[in-house]
Design a protein around this ligand. Sequence first.
Ligand code: HEC
Ligand code: HEC
Length: 358
Amino acid sequence: MMACRLSGSKCQSFSALTLLGIVLLIHILVPSNAQSEDSLLVKARRFFQPLSEETATPKFPMTRELVELGRALFFDPRLSFDGTVSCARCHQPSLYGTDALPKSVGVENRPNPRNAPTILNAALQFSAHWYGDRTSVEDQAAMSLLGPASFGNLDFSSVKAKIKAVSGYEKMFAMAFPSEKDPVTQQNCGKAIGAYERTLVTPAPFDNYLRGAAKTLSAGAVAGLTEFLATGCVSCHGGIALGGREFRKFGIFGDYWELTGSSKVDKGRFNVTNDPADLYVFKVPGLRNVSMTPPYFHDGSVETLSQAIRLMADLQIGKKLSDQQVDSMVDFLDTLTGKLPVGYAVPPTLPPGGFKAR
Ligand code: HEC
Ligand code: HEC
């Protein structure tokens, strides 16, 4: 024990004070784990919002009848030109709302020019499609029924005939649109399917973290979140969907196709607007459930998430990531995988009726 020249109790309080001082100093100089975790959470909350299950808006109301009709239409192949393709063919529940193909295949094996993004949480984004050329999931669904490389229907009157051939739909449409005399319209199909899609949200472990359950994230995921913020991924992939809020050029620091090995060069939004400023510009995709939805990018040219992360850092930020940085970001992105909604995981029983060719 150290000798103390001061007498009795003074000596004791002096050493107690010194000890307190040292402890305080250590506390200030070396922040404890708990403290740095707290400041990470504070930072994360500035950039992300947790997902709530409520996605109806005044513009897009959801009633049980609308959702039930939309769910049936979503899973019904009888709406397609040849009776073989439903929305669920390219947006499969067991594949987290995708088809796992680089590019989708529609009726008569017609090839799609781009990769099918997941429909999970799609309604949270500011627009739909890689080009953002659909204003909402409702707009997307209504148009999709006539897509030449998806449903293959030439006009809505043939879709209507197919719907009318399934007698159970009459009652479902009447209940979903009680004030309308002839509710089987393209717009109403879009409204119903869109209302269903608005139910397809998947709260994930990361949302629990944002709400304050710090222990939800593994050490690897904490490191990955730190990297995601520090590297600057969050500048595009922030908000409630971790993306889906804006358009950005793919390949700010180089031609994307050099690194993705894309077989075709897709000019992005330029194809919609003809504006040179839109060359190679795409909608920034949301990253919820991204671990479950390979292959990646608008043309499905990249097979693994690690490779996609590496390319993003290279092309969008001009940074080379180490293997460790990439691995930790994979751990973080894993925490965005939520549970499939029951109304999606289990396909509905459809009203009986045959397929009507026309
Ligand atoms: C043949 C496959 C196929 C079918 C059938 C299909 N889709 Fe898609 N879906 C795609 C592809 C491919 C894209 C991307 C299109 C693009 O951006 O060019 C897409 C995009 C979407 C998006 C936009 C997602 C986002 O993040 O931007 C939504 C929502 C969607 N589909 C819902 C539906 C609905 C609802 C149906 C049924 C009415 C449907 N799809 C039928 C392949 C398909
Ligand atoms: C400047 C904006 C920007 C930044 C910064 C950015 N991204 Fe992206 N990200 C995009 C765009 C745009 C796409 C769509 C590219 C395409 O396929 O056309 C994308 C696509 C992705 C995809 C593929 C998603 C899918 O479903 O195919 C992943 C994964 C991804 N980004 C992760 C990251 C990570 C990790 C970082 C940080 C290293 C990052 N991004 C930084 C804009 C950005």
